[in-house]
Design a protein around this ligand. Sequence first.
Ligand code: HEM
Ligand SMILES: CC(C)=CCC/C(C)=C/CC/C(C)=C/COP(=O)(O)OP(=O)(O)O
Length: 314
Amino acid sequence: MALVDENRLDDQAFRMSEATAGDFFALLKPRVMSLVVFTAIVGLAAAPGSMNPLIGAIAILCIAIGAGASGALNMWYDADIDAIMKRTAKRPVPSGRVQPGEALSFGLVLSVLSVMTLGVLVNWLSAALLAFTIFFYAVIYTMWLKRWTPQNIVIGGAAGSFPPMIGWAAATGSISLESVILFAIIFLWTPPHFWALALFKSDDYQRAGIPMMPNVAGEASTRLQIFVYSLIVAPVGVLPWVLGYTSAFYGIAALLLGAGFVWYAWKVYRMPDSDRVMKPAKALFGYSLVYLATIFSLYLVDAVVERFLTAGGI
Ligand code: HEM
Ligand SMILES: CC(C)=CCC/C(C)=C/CC/C(C)=C/COP(=O)(O)OP(=O)(O)O
């Protein structure tokens, strides 16, 4: 009698993984997470005091790995709906290149690794914030809010807003009003960022049965809500200058960028129901990325210049 039952080797559980390193990298949602990690870098660099550059680099690496891990956990749980939506059907799990168990273990191992390393080598406040953010995205948003309420991304947006606070906490071991304002900018930016995309991808969400705002409240209401959020995020983007955290250089640029945001959102608000190409919504989605990347870049430049001038006694 053979020691190994040949038939059992064909079972799913015994199948060798067909996944490549590229598939595992894709599980980290690298494109989205690159901007997320950039906001964490800004939080870390803008924080007062000096930090050992090696510890700073370790902190950023841990945040990047933790963010990617939360993306893997999201893709593990969402494989059923990702398979239905055109935009996501080719992802590693729904396309069968990565087994669900592999994605789950990958996400869990990286989550524990990133949080523990951040805690041991940097500080436990930033590690606790990172753990909470991973939990918020993977469990509160993905497993609960996303399939339950059209306010999913309004509440779930908190997850994407924490990284600058984590960076700040890594540098200082504390939370401050300035880091809460960086949180608020991303939090208020998320609904227009995402609903612009949800407008022109609403068929996908409809088919998958996800209660995104355009599918539940309708396109007209979503367009109005996008515009209202743009009216709030624009002044909040200028708040760091008003409160004296940045120079006028940042403040004026933020004012102009905010005016641009309101303009793009206004075009979406005025978009006729009959417009199925939805160019204004696509333009706003693109602009939302430019807005956040630019405003955080300016914040970084402002903080670095300020530090340079202070160090030089100017
Ligand atoms: C709950 C909050 C958020 C939701 C629901 C959301 C949703 C999405 C979706 C569905 C896409 C399209 C992704 C794709 O092409 O497959 C996207 C793209 C993107 N998002 Fe978000 N997002 C959120 C928060 C954020 C945050 C906080 C950031 C960065 C700080 C961000 C940065 C990006 C970037 C950079 C892209 C473009 C990726 C590319 O080039 O394909 N998002 N977002
Ligand atoms: C440090 C840390 C843990 C950061 C996490 C940051 C975070 C939560 C970012 C959210 C980004 C995002 C792509 C949401 C997509 O929503 P979705 O999952 O509904 O989009 P999908 O349909 O493309 O999967």
